[in-house]
Design a protein. Structure first.
Length: 192
């Protein structure tokens, strides 16, 4: 993996042309970096925002396609557990995507670590593609806008954002676990 100074040098040398493919691979950091460079007057902030949104959405569509194709790029063990239509996880995801697809997609999109599984599951479940794109576009616009604004605000201290993002992921993951625990508890109480 590249270090932050190496990424900064590459993006400064090659401009927005390099930002797009790097944003597909590492969207959050590139969004913050693009915002920082926009704040310094090196890039147009609206161009950066358009590029990181398009790159993030493209990455989402790739994950959808991988899920739709049965996860051929995934290790067999993971594929059997995550994408097997008869697995308990797939039955649960199918139920959740059918009943609460928009909410699940937005949550998956905003939680940096769990998003790939939700996006691939949407493909595996054949979630309506147009709806998938619209929901992800909305969530991506919010997430990318916030990250570009964070980069703008941090300026040349953009590397600190990595620490902030790590902390945010932990907080969101803990909130998700707490929310899941409350939800499971309520479902059990309803059965009694």
């Amino acid at each position: 993996m590249m270090t932050n100074p190496e990424i900064l040098t590459l993006v400064q040398d090659h401009g927005l042309l390099l930002l797009a493919p790097l944003a597909v691979i590492e969207g959050p950091i590139m969004s913050v970096l693009g915002g920082s460079l926009s704040g310094a007057g090196l890039f147009n902030v609206w161009s950066v925002l358009a590029i990181v949104i398009a790159a993030d959405l493209f990455g989402d569509m790739v994950l959808y396609w991988v899920g739709m194709r049965g996860g051929g790029l995934l290790p067999e063990r993971l594929r059997a557990r995550v994408l097997n239509p008869d697995s308990a996880l797939q039955r649960r995801l199918r139920h959740e995507l059918t009943d609460h697809g928009v909410r699940l997609l937005v949550l998956g999109k905003l939680t940096h670590g769990a998003g790939f599984a939700v996006l691939m599951a949407a493909g595996a479940m054949r979630y309506p593609f147009a709806k998938f794109v619209v929901v992800n576009l909305g969530a991506t616009a919010i997430k990318s806008g916030a990250l570009v604004a964070l980069g703008w605000w941090l300026g040349d201290r953009w590397q600190r954002a990595e620490v902030w993002l790590d902390r945010a992921v932990v907080v969101v993951a803990l909130a998700a676990v707490l929310g899941l625990a409350v939800w499971v508890h309520r479902k059990r109480m309803q059965r009694v």
